[in-house]
Design a protein around this ligand. Structure first.
Ligand code: AMP
Length: 491
């Protein structure tokens, strides 16, 4: 991660925290840390525009731990919760809790984490013992508040983390309910990767004269990642994946599939090929997800299969390969996916499998990157379908951003919904009658295919496909965020 030239010495942190961060090997603060820590130590409200990967957890955890240590009171009697951190996902909650435990290990400040999807017993036991800092996902928090296990009367610092994702995930009412229970007199911090109007209005509703701190993401330029594309038939993808993973040079691989079922199928196919892999997605129990993640982080599992939503917020430092088993339907997601590798000055490799139906998505990625990805010609599963006649069947596509909880369907596998021969007899780009209406501006020029050799990534101009999310973003934000600026970068 890129650091500023400041050292932690200038931030007036107490020795207990300095010791912990030195033990972590942190030498210099990241930009969000340099700018946010003094504000939080000062007791001011903060509106932080920063995303995971910028070091934002330490940016709030360190000054909070310091304030709680200095204010004291945690040694006497049963502790009341003094700091509440609300975050949208279980994975983020666990990561934040780990950070508090790590940075606070010499302070005596006690923290715990509550999230849904698991039994509440261990969580309520920890709460009964008393904690200073509570990290929580909104649903379980409200649940435990309702049962009387959590009281927010003594909260002096409240952090709303990943606020834009909270709203995306439909937590707005929960958040408002939680805020309504907080004491009026408190310090509030809000972190969001983007600043759409609903975040601005949420911020103005509960922040008091906040200091605004905005950092450009800690970005890995896409250029440092060696990227390439494999043209392959859909059914050969699993063989190609096994073929690639048999190479021991692939030290660790995060493999992205479009669906949860797809992730499970890949795990099974790999097992059949003698390769151990684990999947992480919303259908798994929280414990299974955490176990898979821990195994992967610790190097016990070499291959982790994930959907985009499940992979959100997961930060793995030494990842050698990102493999796009399925091409993302939104080009920016490609940039975010591949940014999981090439971290911390390490080189990274991103491999993308592209079947016939995915070629239009590849074209979008090329447009976003400003160049075509190099094609891997030498592999045993090369697609024989020429790059002409490769219009995508838009009607078979599902929207990119669906709530993870919904059961996943693969319409193309259901002949009762799609007469099999229709598929083959009609030109692929011809819309079917039952197709949902889509904006379909006619191309201004040259709709004819450009006869290219099969191995050349397509360069044919084709503006018929509507942009999934308006104008192209130019910088890095979490998956699918739409309001952006800056150049394509990953982080
Ligand atoms: P975060 O944005 O909080 O998820 O942090 C991203 C990663 O950066 C985590 O793995 C942290 O351990 C690491 N990190 C945070 N601050 C620093 C720092 N000052 N120096 C080195 N690594 C850091």
């Amino acid at each position: 991660m890129t650091m500023t030239s400041n050292s932690f010495d200038t931030l007036n942190l107490i020795p207990q925290l300095r010791k912990a961060i030195a033990e972590e090997g942190y030498e210099t603060p990241t930009p969000i840390q340099t700018r946010a820590i003094p504000v939080v130590l000062d007791g001011k409200d903060l509106f932080g525009i920063a995303q995971t990967g910028t070091g934002k957890t330490a940016a709030f955890a360190l000054p909070i731990l310091q304030r709680l240590s200095i204010e004291g009171g945690h040694e006497r009697g049963r502790r009341a919760i003094k700091t509440l951190i609300c975050t949208p996902t279980r994975e983020l909650a666990v990561q934040i809790h780990e950070s508090f435990t790590t940075y606070g290990r010499h302070t005596g400040i006690r923290s715990t984490v509550v999230y849904g999807g698991v039994s509440q017993l261990a969580q309520t036991e920890a709460l009964k013992r008393g904690v200073d800092v509570l990290i929580a996902t909104p649903g379980r928090l409200l649940d435990l508040m309702g049962q009387g296990f959590i009281k927010l009367d003594n909260i002096s610092i409240f952090v709303l983390d990943e606020a834009d994702r909270m709203l995306d995930m439909g937590f707005v009412h929960d958040i408002r309910k939680i805020i309504a229970k907080l004491p009026e007199k408190r310090q509030s911090l809000l972190f969001s990767a983007t600043m759409p109007p609903d975040i601005v209005s949420l911020a103005s509703a509960f922040l008091n004269a906040p200091v605004r701190v905005e950092v450009t993401p800690q970005a890995t330029p896409v250029e440092v990642i060696a990227q390439s594309v494999y043209f392959v038939e859909k059914n050969d993808k699993r063989h190609l994946l096994a073929h690639i993973l048999k190479d021991e040079a692939v030290l660790s691989a995060l493999v992205f599939t479009r669906t949860k079922h797809g992730a499970d199928r890949v795990v099974k196919d790999l097992l059949r090929a003698g390769i151990t892999a684990q999947a992480i997605h919303g259908n798994k129990s929280q414990n299974a997800r955490q176990r898979a993640l821990n195994d992967f982080k610790s190097g016990h599992t070499r291959v982790l299969i994930a959907t985009d939503i499940a992979a959100r917020g997961i930060d793995i430092d030494e990842l050698s390969h990102v493999i796009n088993f399925d091409i993302p339907e939104v080009a920016e997601t490609y940039v975010h996916r591949i940014g999981r590798t090439g971290r911390a000055g390490l080189s990274g490799i991103a491999l993308t499998f592209c079947d016939v139906d995915e070629r239009a998505y590849l074209r979008d990625i090329h447009k976003l990157l400003g160049h075509a990805l190099p094609v891997v010609e030498e592999h045993p599963f090369r697609s024989t379908v020429p790059l002409t006649n490769m219009e995508p069947r838009r009607e078979e596509r599902r929207p990119e951003r669906r709530p993870e909880r919904r059961p996943e369907r693969r319409p193309e596998r259901k002949p009762e919904h799609k007469p099999r021969n229709e598929h083959h007899q009609k030109p692929q780009h011809e819309p079917k009658k039952e197709q949902r209406p889509e904006p379909k501006p006619e191309p201004k020029s040259d709709p004819k295919p450009d006869p290219k050799p099969a191995s050349t990534p397509e360069r044919r101009r084709d503006d018929r496909r509507p942009k999934p999310h308006g104008p192209r973003p130019k910088d890095d934000r979490p998956f699918g965020k739409q309001k952006r600026d800056g150049l394509p970068r990953v982080g």
